[in-house]
Ligand binder design. Sequence first.
Ligand SMILES: Nc1ncnc2c1ncn2[C@@H]1O[C@H](COP(=O)(O)OP(=O)(O)OP(=O)(O)O)[C@@H](O)[C@H]1O
Ligand SMILES: [Mg+2]
Length: 324
Amino acid sequence: MIEFRHVSKTYAGSDRPVVNDLSFEVLDGEICVLVGPSGCGKTTSMRMVNRLIEITEGEILIDGEPNTSMSGTQLRRKIGYAIQQIGLFPHRTIADNIGTVPNLLGWEKGRIRERVNDLLDLVGLSPDEYRDRYPAELSGGQQQRVGVARALAADPPIMLMDEPFGAVDPITRERLQDEFLHIQEDIKKTIVFVTHDIDEAIKMGDKIAILKQGGVLAQYDTPQTILSRPNSEFVSSFVGGDRLLKRLSLTRVSELDLGPANGGTDGLPRISDGLTVRDALSELMGSGQSKAVVEKDGEKKLLTFQDIEALTSSGAMGGGKRSA
Ligand SMILES: Nc1ncnc2c1ncn2[C@@H]1O[C@H](COP(=O)(O)OP(=O)(O)OP(=O)(O)O)[C@@H](O)[C@H]1O
Ligand SMILES: [Mg+2]
């Protein structure tokens, strides 16, 4: 667990804090996304966790222990770090890049080699083909995969990820997000993830911390709660006017409590229960019908506009993103 306790940062030569009295917890195995406009202190907050930046006031506890009591080696072992600019060393091979931290920690060569191969497999790059290449010989998306693999190298329980998928086109980015969520199901790291993109925050986060200018925490909650109950004008305008639709994207048809399809269902559209409610709504509207049939556990259920409406008016919405 990572715990921010009244953390503030004021850079030397300035009298105004850029992070102001930040308190929140990141539970083991969860992704906490820091999101907010440019300059609101996201990177600064994240870099105080592994002490690339020193705290001015307050403290950050890692598994109950202040990070100021940990050595550089301890911090490297515990915390992996991936950044937007990827930051691969251009004159080192992919294998050497990924092996950076294990090397610093003095692992034996064979063990590093094996670990690098496993990680390349994990992020979908064939070791034979890629381990001896240089970063410039990879596409942007491949380089970002290597950046993530490098952060995972020493199998740290904690990962800091600063816009790790920022430097690629939207389609590649979506694929990297999906791949990473899939990997996270197995590795269950405790992750602080920075983005300025609210859609990415909603997709990736178990919790979202929305920061505003001056490094003040505006709201800390699950994506569902942020979307259904924004606590201020700032948060509701930051999440955008389409937050109802965003909520529908967080729930799958399989999570709805649907009534049985009694009587004739001929001519009604069929909708897969793996769809998000947003996509189901789109299909339903496209069909020109007011209801559709959903097969659930071999049983026929009926999905109606009322089921969708009930969902948007109740506070309780599930989070189906993990099964994406
Ligand atoms: N080394 C530094 N010295 C002085 N001020 C700094 C330093 N680094 C950052 N700042 C200032 O601190 C504030 C927060 O910067 P930070 O990099 O944490 O923002 P951010 O939320 O990550 O922004 P972005 O989305 O643009 O990456 C900014 O106003 C920035 O100018
Ligand atoms: Mg930043």
